[in-house]
Design a protein around this ligand. Structure first.
Ligand code: HEM
Length: 449
């Protein structure tokens, strides 16, 4: 049994927590996401019993070839499994409502609206989500086959969606940028921080049942066996308009180097992952790929954004020490674990014509507070510019840009303003899920309601 003391003195029960939230995925890796529908209660519980045997705890050192299986449920999934209504009512409202019902709030309208989403995303048919990932293609096939066997023999279970995904060895995703670098450390996870300026988060920010940054143990789903050691998971399939993004930059730059710089200003990092805050004028690929240095920075010495624009994607998503002085927002209450991954083939380098192929990111959030973490960051910091004093500017890379949006690049003697940003990211669908502990999976499988 693995327990690691959190600084509260309370041990984090790693043997009971599914691996997905606390442990970085291997790099590179391949994976598959499966969505299942439960039509029969007994088969549903049998499915959970079988998946329980496949799911990995965060505390196991013996995961073969970094292969992992993570299991999560939507509200309608827990309902289909006969979880008592009093328990269902104890989940946070946004989980109960589901992502499609939150679309207006999240900015998922127009071509990102639920009426345009890929079937069956956003419907009440999505019950169980299974993520199978491995650093090795053969191991993935083997683990995916076990997951298939877990549901294929059960006539009351339907496989309703499947999405292959992968991470390149470079960690780069479709727009060309290395992703997944900026992550908070979590007390008790055993993983050291990569940013020396940021104390590890209290475990209760990510895992339910432990004190969070407010000093309290946040309310969690009841009974305790269902809520404790679980975490909320938000996943979104995000289509990326890579050709449009490249053309936009090309039309506004006179050299390839200027294109790269404009792209870096939008993201807050160079494509290699090098933070602008550390190296504002040139990319430094060695720094970008060095995990000891590529996340070790703040923005306090650059309040006006001459190095990294205050409107850059990564600075909006995590303003770090830049908001400290105002004392109005505690950035630590809006941190999150991200487990993003690519889908679809990369657009070959240099191509600016759309080839019509679907490509993008499966964005995955894990945390104990979907509203003040994922939803807050998405709505207040990415979709809205009020907090940076630019109400009409949304995130240049991932903002909805329903109305023509701009992006300001502070520079001397005169700032540069990019105009008429079109949307480069379209939501194809998503779900709010709950990834329970291993003992909760057993509890669900053994329910006799
Ligand atoms: C297709 C959509 C998206 C793309 C292409 C994208 C890309 C990136 C890239 C390239 C980085 C910098 C590398 C890193 O620090 O990991 C980053 C950082 C980040 N993104 Fe996104 N992102 C997307 C959507 C989102 C969304 C929807 C959210 C949250 C609601 C988000 C939250 C973050 C956070 C928290 C960071 C880390 C910032 C830090 O700690 O420095 N991203 N993203």
């Amino acid at each position: 049994m693995t327990t690691v003391a959190a600084t509260t003195g309370e041990p984090l029960e790693l043997h009971d927590i599914q691996a997905g939230a606390l442990y970085e995925r291997p790099s590179p890796y391949v994976g598959v996401y499966l969505l299942l529908r439960i039509r029969d209660l007994a088969d549903g519980r049998d499915l959970v019993r079988r998946l329980h045997r496949l799911a990995n705890p965060a505390g196991s050192a013996d995961t073969p070839d970094n292969t992992s299986v993570t299991v999560a449920f939507t509200y309608h999934g827990l309902k289909a499994l006969g979880v008592p209504q009093a328990s269902l009512d104890s989940f946070v409202p946004e989980f109960r409502e589901g992502m499609a019902a939150r679309a207006e709030i999240l900015g998922d309208t127009g071509e990102s609206g639920p009426d345009q989403w890929e079937e069956p995303l956003g419907t009440n048919d999505v019950h169980v989500a299974v993520a199978v990932l491995s650093s090795d293609a053969d191991q993935l096939r083997e683990a995916a086959e076990k997951a298939r066997e877990a549901h294929a023999a059960l006539p009351g279970i339907d496989l309703i969606w499947r999405q292959d995904c992968y991470q390149l060895a470079t960690g780069r995703t479709s727009f060309g940028f290395k992703d997944g670098i900026g992550q908070p450390a979590v007390e008790g996870s055993g993983r050291p921080p990569t940013n020396s300026r940021e104390r590890p988060l209290k475990a209760g920010e990510i895992i339910l049942g432990y004190p969070d940054e407010t000093g309290e143990v946040p309310p969690m789903p009841t009974p305790d066996v269902l809520g404790r050691n679980g975490t909320y998971v938000v996943f979104r399939k995000l289509h990326t308009k890579v050709a449009a993004y490249r053309s936009y930059l090309r039309d506004r730059a006179s050299t390839r180097a200027e294109e790269d710089l404009l792209g870096a200003k939008m993201v807050g990092r160079w494509q290699s992952g090098t933070p602008l805050a550390v190296s504002p004028d040139i990319d430094d690929p060695e720094l970008g790929s060095d995990p000891r240095r590529n996340n070790d920075f703040g923005f306090a010495d650059d309040p006006r954004g001459f190095k990294c624009p205050v409107g850059a994607h990564a600075r909006r998503a995590n303003p770090r020490d830049a908001l400290d002085e105002e004392g109005s927002v505690d950035v630590r209450l809006h941190r999150m674990i991200r487990r993003g991954t690519s889908y679809g083939p990369m657009l070959p380098d240099g191509v600016t014509e759309d080839d019509g192929i679907d490509r993008g990111i499966i964005f995955v959030f894990a945390g104990a507070h979907p509203k003040r973490q994922f939803e807050f960051v998405k709505t207040q910091w990415l979709n809205d510019g009020i907090f940076i004093g630019a109400p009409l500017e949304s995130d240049p890379l991932v903002g909805p840009h329903h109305e023509a949006s701009g992006f300001t690049i502070p520079q001397r003697p005169i700032r540069r303003r990019l105009q008429d940003l079109p949307p480069f990211v379209v939501t194809r669908g998503g779900e709010y899920c709950f990834a329970p502990s291993l003992s909760a999976l057993r509890w669900i499988a053994e329910l006799d309601t």
